[in-house]
Design a protein around this ligand. Structure first.
Ligand code: ADP
Ligand code: ADP
Length: 226
């Protein structure tokens, strides 16, 4: 089965603007996939629909065979999302933010603590575990979002522009973290407008422009065309 299967996905916002014009996309289990495209192409809208934050107008989305409409809870269990905007409480402490997320998924406390500790250590945030989120740098907040998205051991991790505004050194260390997560079997999809990021990380890529998928191929084949 595919990690995700998107069929004829359309989104028209309430103001009448059609951001997605009928997207078909399939990403295989184990893949590291980039959704590449300029600002305004529809990348965040696509992720919004997948994570049920944005109501779709038409079409279907399945995660490991679970339709997000018909089997929402099963689909959600398999999915971890790192949105672009920081959406945690700035006054909560780092460790608590990750643990509370585990609570939503009903993960036993001891297990949640050990998973959270593992990822916070890998992401260089363990010494900040008792720090309120508002005292973290932008890059640290970004990494906190990643630790939080992984706490229920999702099989599919989707990240919206994970390294936007992050300096090159931190970007490289985030890349190697993501490679490791993918090597351990987690399917990863990220959106980016940096070709370099897709080139460094991904096996397959789709290019989205004005709400339409205009290319869907391996990163190798794409680079040959350029
Ligand atoms: P939905 O169709 O998913 O219900 P809405 O059309 O109601 O979404 O818009 C959701 C929110 O996004 C609104 O608060 C709206 O003001 C805001 N919004 C409107 N236009 C844009 C835009 N171009 N980019 C980002 N957000 C926007
Ligand atoms: P990307 O993530 O590729 O930059 P988005 O999915 O954020 O693109 O946006 C796609 C298009 O939809 C843009 O033209 C954006 O202005 C518009 N848009 C996004 N959110 C809303 C909204 N809530 N209401 C109306 N238009 C929106």
């Amino acid at each position: 089965t595919a990690a995700i299967s998107i069929k004829q996905l359309k989104k028209t916002y309430n103001n009448g603007f059609t951001a997605l014009k009928g997207i078909d996309l399939e990403v295989e289990k184990g893949d590291f996939f980039a959704l590449l495209g300029p600002n305004g192409a529809g990348k965040s809208t696509t992720i919004g629909v997948i994570s049920s934050l944005v109501k779709k107008t038409e079409g279907s989305v399945s995660i490991f065979g679970h339709d997000i409409d018909k089997e929402g809870p099963l689909a959600k269990k398999k999915l971890g999302v790192v949105p672009q905007e920081f959406n945690f409480s700035q006054f909560e402490k780092v460790f608590d933010i990750v643990l509370n997320q585990a609570g939503y998924y009903g993960i036993p406390k001891a297990e949640a603590r050990s998973i959270a500790e593992h990822h916070l250590k890998q992401l260089g945030l363990w010494d900040k575990k008792d720090t309120q989120a508002r005292f973290l740098s932008g890059g640290m907040k970004r990494r906190l979002m990643i630790a939080r998205a992984l706490v229920h051991k999702p099989e599919l991790l989707i990240l919206d522009e994970p390294t936007a505004g992050v300096d090159i050194e931190l970007r490289r260390s985030m890349w190697s973290f993501l490679r490791e997560i993918n090597d351990q079997g987690t399917t990863i999809i990220l959106t980016t407008h940096y070709l370099e990021e897709a080139e460094s990380l991904c096996r397959n890529v789709a290019i989205i422009d004005q709400g339409t998928i205009v290319e869907n191929t391996s990163i190798k084949a794409l680079l040959k065309q350029l």
